[in-house]
Ligand binder design. Structure first.
Ligand SMILES: Cc1ncc(COP(=O)(O)O)c(C=O)c1O
Length: 393
């Protein structure tokens, strides 16, 4: 058995790991998809940085942070991503970065087509629709087949690429927040390339739980945050632009701080959360020390399979996310087929079983309940969830 798979089931190991996090008593949190916890040591480092910056004010920021530390942090981020430092720029979150990429992509002509699917994040959908109003392009919105398979996802894109010959740009979400479906990014990006379609990748949920390499995926433009599975303070994200494609993204509106050949000119400039940024080196160190995305992903996948395997075939329950290991991760959605209102069932899970989940809508397959274990979730929590779903159905 591979080491990560063995470790994923080792409750004693994960209990020791969980002890590094302070957890408020209350409901069992199965809504870890919103944002991740910081470890106690990261919280302490963040607090130290807040106090330092508050004491020294702009002196530290002008003398050390801007000149030295911010560049070092960027280099460490690039190393984590396996890319060159010149191809990443920090942002305030994923939406901020993705919107800059979409807004500033400069290869669109009026009459061109841009595409996104039902599973994309709402702010990405909104930004792609903005292109219709401001660039005169036609927006193509497609729905994925349900249940999705590797082949159906590819076939849907292949059909769209053939059907809409003026397509130039598409949004793609690596891990959709609606159901946790993992898109076959490499195969889709390769198909898109064959048809001359550029891809802007939303990687918000992928970073930290999926082991990937942007070059291998064939992705030139991507946006991320650092607060989901990496364990960084809130308010941080970044964009990636492949160096040879920098000219295809314009400098952001209002930009006047960086030269045109500097990727940082492609982000919206503002005073960032400097103490949070200064905390990143410790965040990266802890992420790597515990085995990185491969270890976290294996644990989250194990927890996910534990409840899904217990309820997948029960009448009254539909698990929306496929079990194909290429298409699933720790996040998975389900619905109660005999109950019309999934929000009511979210409340039953909370009130009757102390399980905190979230209802999600917006996918073509309709409303569902999203279940997201976290790194402090136990196998016993998953067994309680399986029992609750079995009884409530
Ligand atoms: C798939 C996806 N994309 C983008 C975002 C937006 O991220 P942020 O809150 O960092 O702007 C989220 C947030 O949950 C997300 O799940």
């Amino acid at each position: 058995m591979p080491e990560n798979t063995r470790r994923a089931r080792d409750e004693a190991f994960w209990q020791t790991f969980a002890d590094r996090y302070a957890v408020e008593p209350g409901p069992i949190n199965l809504e870890n998809g919103y944002f991740g916890r910081m470890s106690r040591t990261v919280v302490e480092e963040y607090q130290r940085n807040i106090e330092l910056i508050n004491r020294s004010n702009s002196v530290h920021v002008r003398q050390r942070f801007e000149q030295i530390e911010s560049l070092d942090i960027r280099a460490q981020l690039a190393e984590l991503m396996g890319v060159r430092a010149q191809s990443v720029a920090l942002t305030r979150n994923a939406s901020d970065g993705l919107q800059s990429l979409i807004r500033n992509y400069n290869r669109l002509q009026p009459g061109d087509q841009v595409l996104f699917c039902d599973l994309e994040y709402d702010t990405v959908k909104g930004a792609m629709r903005w292109l219709a109003r401001h660039r005169g392009v036609e927006v193509i919105e497609i729905d994925h087949q349900h249940p999705a398979t590797f082949d159906s996802l590819l076939a849907t894109y292949r059909e769209a690429f053939v059907r809409y010959p003026r397509l130039k740009l598409m949004a793609l979400t690596h891990v959709t927040h609606r159901s946790g479906l993992v898109m076959p990014v490499q195969a889709i990006a390769s198909l898109a390339k064959e048809h001359g379609v550029d891809v802007i990748l939303d990687g918000a949920h992928a970073l930290g739980q999926i082991d990937f390499n942007l070059d291998t995926l064939g992705i030139a433009f991507a946006g991320y945050n650092l607060h989901k599975w990496i364990g960084a303070p809130l308010t941080l994200g970044f964009i990636y632009i492949a160096p040879q494609r920098l000219a295809d993204i314009d400098p952001d509106m209002g930009e006047m701080h960086f030269p045109i050949n500097d990727i940082r000119s492609r982000t919206s400039y503002s005073t960032p959360n400097i103490p949070a940024l200064m905390t990143l080196p410790l965040v990266f160190e802890e992420h790597e020390a515990m085995g990185g995305s491969a270890t976290k992903g294996a644990r989250l996948g194990y927890l996910r399979n534990r409840w899904v395997n217990a309820v997948r075939d029960l009448p009254g329950i539909e698990v929306m996310t496929p079990d194909d290991p290429r298409l699933c991760c720790g996040i998975t959605s389900m619905r109660f087929t005999r109950h019309a209102d999934q929000q009511v069932m979210v409340e039953r899970l909370l009130n009757d079983y102390n399980l905190f989940t979230v209802a999600r809508s917006g996918a073509a397959f309709g409303p569902c309940i999203r279940i997201t274990p976290g790194l402090t979730t136990t196998a016993a929590d998953m067994d309680l969830l399986a029992q609750a779903l079995t009884e409530l159905r």
